[in-house]
Design a protein around this ligand. Structure first.
Ligand code: CP3
Length: 343
């Protein structure tokens, strides 16, 4: 029985390189649909302890991974806030859009009681998973949650969210402050239930106007981590400022994360020169490289990532979630290369 490799890397170890995949538990594994069939309403699926456990364990049946990520969704916080979250096939999520300046932002929601099945599933998983498999809890970052809550769905440019940021700034920042507390609550609950590592997904951080990047991404992340530490939760936090360009440098120094997850557009050589050297790096293979049935570039690219990161605290991962058409054999090939690599 030993500590999982990801936690060791996050605490300073540089021997073996750990590996796991963003969105490893979803639709690229045909067996997922068997589990998914048992509950067609996706929110109810995410509130069903037995189905959460089965989905979290599923990728471990197929792959030699260093972590399981708890099966849930970032939109479970807006759901708990009564935003009428629904998932429709071929459309994605929809919510009751928030009207800027509407007064009902602050609600005394108990994330702990609303998301109890998640807590129970984590306790069960931590008790049953081998100790060398890390369990990752997560939440959406406040900006990304605000994007979905104001827009009411996904969007290519989140124009209504950005408009609200400029026109109703005080209200917008109140929404961010409220979300900071709920996100901290959800992360605290997962840590207390047994999660070993926490991750914050800021999937739409590339929509933040540059002058607001500190207010909307860096400061909220630092505040969430301050709240966790003040509540005596000391496990490592991975931050994922997706496609945020050069702003990730400041994020790496000021957001208080223990590790920064890089998207596939980031040049790793540039990253190791510019990013805070005191934190670990996770990333950043293009998930699209796992779609073709055969690609000569795949192994070459994985090896080149490993060579660049040879001297660093590095967690191998993809630079965004696996897609439904990702091939299981490609994932296996990548794991093999990483396992056989010696630094
Ligand atoms: O490995 C895992 O998949 C773990 C569980 C997980 C899900 N969502 C399950 C899910 C995680 C970590 C997420 C995070 C998530 N959810 C993010 C951040 C990561 C990213 O992709 O940027 C975001 C933005 C969401 C919001 C969301 N949830 C969207 C836009 C959609 C629909 C489109 C899509 O990507 O599937 C979902 C639904 C969702 N969440 C599914 C799964 C497995 C598909 C639902 C189904 O089975 O029909």
């Amino acid at each position: 029985m030993q500590e999982n490799l990801i936690s060791k890397t996050l605490k300073g170890n540089k021997s073996d390189i750990p590996i796991w995949f963003l969105r490893q538990a979803g639709r690229h594994i045909p067996e997922y649909f068997e589990i998914r069939k048992k509950e067609t309403n996706f929110i109810k699926f995410c509130l069903n302890e037995e189905l959460i456990i089965k989905s979290t364990n599923l990728p471990l049946k197929y792959y030699d991974l260093d972590a399981a990520i708890i099966f849930s969704d970032i939109l479970m916080i807006p759901w708990a806030m009564n935003r009428n979250v629904k998932f429709t096939k071929n459309f994605g999520p929809s919510l009751n859009p928030m009207i800027p300046n509407e007064t009902n932002i602050i609600q005394n929601i108990s994330i702990f009681s609303k998301l109890k099945p998640l807590k129970n599933a984590i306790s069960y998983l931590r008790n049953t998973l081998p100790k060398d498999i890390g369990l990752i809890g997560f939440a959406g970052a406040p900006w990304t949650l605000a994007c979905y809550m104001i827009e009411g769905s996904g969007s290519k440019d989140f124009i209504n969210t950005r408009k609200a940021l400029w026109s109703s700034n005080k209200w917008f920042m109140q929404l961010i402050e409220t979300l900071i507390v709920y996100v901290a609550d959800k992360l605290e609950m997962q840590a207390r239930a047994g999660a070993d590592i926490l991750m914050l997904f800021d999937s739409w951080s590339h929509m933040i106007p540059n002058n607001f990047f500190n207010d909307c991404a860096i400061r909220p992340t630092a505040k969430i981590i301050d709240i966790l530490r003040s509540r005596k939760i000391f496990i490592p936090v991975i931050g994922f400022p997706f496609k945020a360009g050069a702003s990730i440098v400041r994020y790496s120094f000021e957001s208080k994360v223990d590790c920064i997850a890089l998207d596939w557009s980031v040049d790793l050589r540039w990253a190791i020169m510019n990013i805070n050297k005191d934190i670990a790096i996770q990333g950043n293979l293009d998930p699209a490289s796992l779609i073709p049935s055969h690609s000569d570039y795949l192994s070459q690219n994985v090896l080149s990532c490993l060579d660049i990161m040879k001297e660093k605290r590095f967690i191998f991962n993809v630079g965004h979630g696996l897609t439904p058409d990702c091939k299981i054999n490609n994932v296996k090939e990548v794991i093999n290369i990483v396992r056989n690599y010696t630094r």
